[in-house]
Design a protein around this ligand. Structure first.
Ligand SMILES: Cc1cc2nc3c(=O)[nH]c(=O)nc-3n(C[C@H](O)[C@H](O)[C@H](O)COP(=O)(O)OP(=O)(O)OC[C@H]3O[C@@H](n4cnc5c(N)ncnc54)[C@H](O)[C@@H]3O)c2cc1C
Length: 463
């Protein structure tokens, strides 16, 4: 009997662990372990947890149709997994456990403990690469060290990816295996309790995610539109990628099908490579998962300003584009990438507030909260990271707003009190307009804050 243990890979298609477990011809049972406490320790959004549980339920149904029974277990912590896994393996007479690899620090520690306990008890563990375009560690310089600049990493990445490209695995067919279906003898057979109210925006299931991807790759003007938050110009696939409802390899395959070989060099695939890059950095430098800066000598004397941080969190800074982004985050559990960069630069460079507070706030609300990409994005924005924006590149929120939300459409959607303000004024309303709309005055003086930031960063070199 086999066990396929699903983790960050909640899909049937392009799932090597599932594919190989079924292809072995042995009876296979699926296992899902849901960790409410671990989720909290990782500071992840409650909505992301509900989104994940909804996908577990969805996958159980689909596995059932495939003839695979499922076991669901709620365990508080990763540390509880090894003993539980052994117990299930013994109860169900499991000889082989199949997983797709996790690369982050806590997950690797958990998996090492699992490996040890299974090895001692003579149960085989089969693990596969699956959730990134290439396994971390693949792209290294001639001296075998990690690239610290994205462009040469990307160039080599594309070469290797093209040379080793294979189509993603299909959803396994029942007929392709001799015997499917185990007999779950333990634990929950009921669906998990789910309280997710974002289904209109984020429909549940791998079929819905694939449909979103398909419609994006067949009809997008990404290069032109990706920076404009009022336009639906990006794929909005990140929440699905974050829990593995769809794989990066599937994303690439859809794009190749729609656009041909040139897609390897497209801006969109380059963004997928950023995702791999940040994951590779975390793999190479586990300190990044422990609240440390990439730049070893970065000085960490950030300003302590709880009131300003509170205004930023609530979208009450008096900078309409910043407030629109922060309110989008609270309302939808997602924020447009251009605006993520603007609000992160605002907090870390103009307010000089510790980027880790921003990172944690994002993680606590994002549906796509992803340790590697979030850390990478925040360290990029605050100039503490690998190949980060230089310290003197400080976004002017008003200029960004005029450039990327010219008509103020995005601002109006989220900062509703400004809905009737003229598009010329909306980026920086006059004092009397603010009063009339009950919208706050700017929390900082941009010019002074910029000057202070430049001198602060000079005194605290991010060497
Ligand atoms: C401060 C900050 C924090 C961020 N936190 C996260 C996070 O927690 N989770 C997350 O998935 N992304 C994060 N990003 C990256 C990016 O903003 C989102 O991936 C993107 O907005 C998701 O929208 P999309 O799916 O429409 O992306 P698209 O533009 O359609 O891109 C396709 C995919 O490529 C990947 N991608 C795109 N841009 C980036 C990037 N800059 N870095 C890494 N991967 C990227 C994502 O997986 C994305 O889904 C962050 C960026 C910043 C500046």
């Amino acid at each position: 009997m086999n066990l396929i243990w699903f983790r960050n890979d909640l899909r049937l298609a392009d799932n090597p662990a599932l594919f190989h477990a079924l292809a072995s011809g042995n009876k296979t049972t699926a296992l899902f372990i849901v960790h409410s406490e671990q989720h909290q320790i990782h500071g992840e959004a409650p909505a992301k947890f509900e989104f994940l549980k909804a996908h577990v339920n969805n996958l159980i149904e689909r596995l059932n149709k495939l003839g695979v029974n499922s076991v669901v277990k709620q365990l508080p912590l990763f540390a509880d997994v090894p003993d539980y896994l052994l117990q299930v393996a013994q109860q169900l007479s499991i000889q082989s456990i199949y997983i797709n690899r996790s690369y982050w620090f806590n997950e690797q520690q958990r998996d090492q403990q699992v490996k040890n306990i299974l090895h001692t008890n003579k149960i085989q563990l089969h693990s596969y690469h699956s959730n990134y375009l290439l396994p971390p560690g693949t792209i290294r310089k001639a001296d075998d060290t990690m690239y610290h600049v994205f462009t040469p990493y990307k160039n080599k990445f594309i070469q290797v990816m093209m040379a080793s490209y294979e189509l993603p695995l299909a959803v396994p067919h029942v007929e392709s295996t001799t015997q499917l279906g185990g007999e779950p003898k333990s634990d929950v057979k009921e669906p998990l309790n789910v309280d997710f109210d974002g289904q209109d925006m984020w429909p549940i299931g791998e079929v819905a995610a694939a449909a979103r991807l398909k419609s994006f790759v067949n009809d997008n003007d990404y290069q032109e539109e990706r920076d404009f938050p009022a336009i639906d110009g990006t794929s909005s696939i990140s929440p699905y990628l974050a829990i593995g409802v769809i794989s990066a390899k599937q994303c690439l395959a859809y794009m190749l099908k729609a656009q041909g070989e040139g897609a390897f060099y497209s801006t969109w695939v380059s963004e997928l490579i950023w995702r791999d890059f940040y994951n590779d950095l975390l793999f190479e430098y586990p300190k990044l998962a422990k609240h440390q800066t990439f730049k070893t000598h970065a000085v960490d004397h950030w300003h302590h300003n709880p009131e300003l941080f509170d205004q930023w969190q609530k979208g009450q800074t008096g900078f309409p584009i910043v407030d629109a982004g922060m309110r989008q985050l609270l309302r939808e559990g997602w924020m447009h990438n251009r605006v993520r960069m603007v609000v992160a630069s605002f907090l870390s460079k103009l307010c000089l507030i510790d980027w880790r507070l921003g990172e944690a706030h994002f993680m606590a609300h994002l549906l796509d909260g992803d340790l590697a990409s979030n850390n990478g994005g925040w360290q990029w924005s605050s100039a503490t990271g690998c190949d980060a924006a230089p310290y003197f590149r400080i976004f002017n929120p008003t200029t960004q707003s005029k450039k990327f939300d010219q008509e103020g459409t995005y601002i109006r959607k989220y900062v509703v009190e400004l809905a009737n303000v003229d598009s010329k004024e909306i980026h920086d309303p006059k004092l009397e307009t603010r009063k009339a709309c009950d919208y706050p005055e700017p929390a900082i003086d941009y010019k002074l804050a910029r000057a202070e930031a430049l001198s602060w960063y000079k005194d605290n070199p991010m060497g």
